[in-house]
Design a protein around this ligand. Structure first.
Ligand SMILES: *Cc1c(COP(=O)(O)O)cnc(C)c1O
Length: 432
């Protein structure tokens, strides 16, 4: 019988993160100081981020050891399972083999705990007492709340207003783990008050919430800020996903031809793909890597590759990335985790250099795929992850046309248990 669930023992869990910066064919364009437009000196970031994370952001070490305290927490849900989607393959009548890595097994329900654990740990080590952050759909806020709880840090979450009201149980979850959650824009920061005055009915955006969280961190000495995607150190922490996948596929003597991830800021895609892109850069494979985004926030497919701010208030460094413009407020779609105007500079560079392709889909075909998946593989996917499923299904259907037996691997970045109202709207034909 062919295996369905490919698991690793605890002692087979990778103990290092992989730093793709050391293998990029040409170096990244550096982040720029927003005032001088000169390359940023690492010291300017110290009021905002833990020093260890700033070092990782610019590290020239190829592999970075994962501290034992972090591995201890990872072991609560890692190694995560890799599944072969036999039933979905059968439904599609495809000769392709479809595998998915399931990151929804983490207590917060997504891959984001891989970096939240690391970020809370390094902050605790350096004496930080409080962490601020933004959250869109709430997955990042939950992941950080969980991690802060473990390392004894206070956690303040600015949650994009549209999600705050659409996803009330995400807020409850963060509260259980001890965080303080407010809708953004909030009256608690200068920038929040300004936006509330100018646009009292705004649904909010990640760009606005980031500005509030950064402003709060800069205003308090004991406080640092934490970002759940986009930055190099976040991509680094997620590489444990791909390292596990590689070992799991070795067990069934397989190797991917196509790797697919949904893309908001790029971290779950980075996580599943960098270990394989490393081999492609070294000329050892010809793997296709596909980033999937919503057509309502088409950063990689329609954005420009240039320097832009990470937030609306122009407080962050300028990053070279694909962007829709930092003032862009995407419509309040159900894949809230994919509503960001920019993208990871590393993912952007790999796209610009032809190592990653990008596609976009509307909400309805994405939910069609989510339901097909839930009815074959049983797991109810997060609307974000369903973008990857849509693309995996389409690639498998292409294989049916051509008769090619390709191996497709996608990242099921999280479950959709807090997104059931979006599924209801889909069934009621109320999705835009
Ligand atoms: C946050 C999130 C995403 C999008 O973020 P990336 O950094 O692009 O991975 C995707 N899926 C889930 C389940 C998320 O929580």
């Amino acid at each position: 019988m062919e295996q369905t669930k490919i698991i690793l023992d605890e002692n087979e869990m990778p103990k290092q993160w992989y730093n793709v910066l050391t293998d990029l064919p040409t170096p990244l364009d550096p982040p720029l100081d927003p005032r001088t437009k000169e390359p940023l000196s690492p010291a300017t970031l110290e009021p905002i981020f833990a020093k260890a994370l700033i070092r990782q952001e610019m590290s020239d070490e190829r592999y970075i050891d994962i501290p034992e305290e972090i591995l201890d927490i990872y072991r609560l849900w890692r190694p995560s399972p890799l599944y072969r989607a036999h039933r979905l393959e059968k439904l599609l009548k495809t000769p392709a083999k479809i595998y998915y890595k399931y990151e929804g097994v983490s207590p917060a329900g997504s891959h984001k705990t891989n970096t939240s654990t690391a970020q809370a740990y390094y902050n605790m080590k350096e004496g930080t007492e409080r962490i601020t952050t933004e959250t869109g759909a709430g997955q990042w806020g939950s992941a950080l709340s969980l991690a802060c709880n473990y390392f004894g840090l206070e956690c303040k979450v600015y949650m994009v207003r549209s999600s705050f009201y659409q996803k009330p149980y995400r807020k409850s979850m963060m509260t259980v783990w001890g965080a303080n959650v407010v809708p953004s824009p909030s009256p608690e920061t200068e920038f929040g008050r300004k936006i509330l005055e100018e646009q009292p009915d705004t649904p909010g955006s990640l760009g606005i919430a980031i500005s509030e969280a950064v402003e709060d961190a800069v205003a308090h000495d004991n406080t640092k800020y934490s970002l759940g995607s986009v930055l190099n150190h976040v991509m680094l922490h997620q590489t444990i996903i791909g390292a596990e996948c590689k070992r799991q596929l070795e067990k069934v003597e397989d190797y991917p031809d196509i790797i697919i991830g949904c893309c908001g800021g790029g971290s779950n895609l980075a996580g599943i793909s960098f270990e394989f892109i490393k081999d492609r850069i070294a000329g050892k494979n010809n793997v296709r890597v596909i980033a999937v985004e919503p057509s309502s926030c088409p950063t990689l497919t329609k954005g420009e590759y240039r320097y832009d701010f990470g937030d609306s208030a122009e407080m962050t460094p300028l990053l070279k990335m694909y962007t829709l413009g930092h003032q862009h407020v995407p419509p309040a779609i159900h894949a809230g985790g994919l509503r960001y105007h920019g993208d990871s500079p590393i993912i952007s560079k790999l796209c610009a250099d032809g190592f990653i392709e990008a596609v976009s889909y509307d909400q309805n075909p994405v939910f069609d795929a989510a339901v097909q998946f839930a009815r074959t593989e049983a797991i109810i996917p997060a609307p974000e992850s369903a973008h990857a499923i849509r693309c995996a299904i389409d690639e498998a259907l292409k294989c049916k046309q051509t008769g090619e037996e390709k191996t497709i691997l996608f990242n099921l970045s999280g479950h959709g248990h807090f997104d059931m109202s979006s599924y209801d709207m889909y069934f009621n034909k109320e999705l835009a």
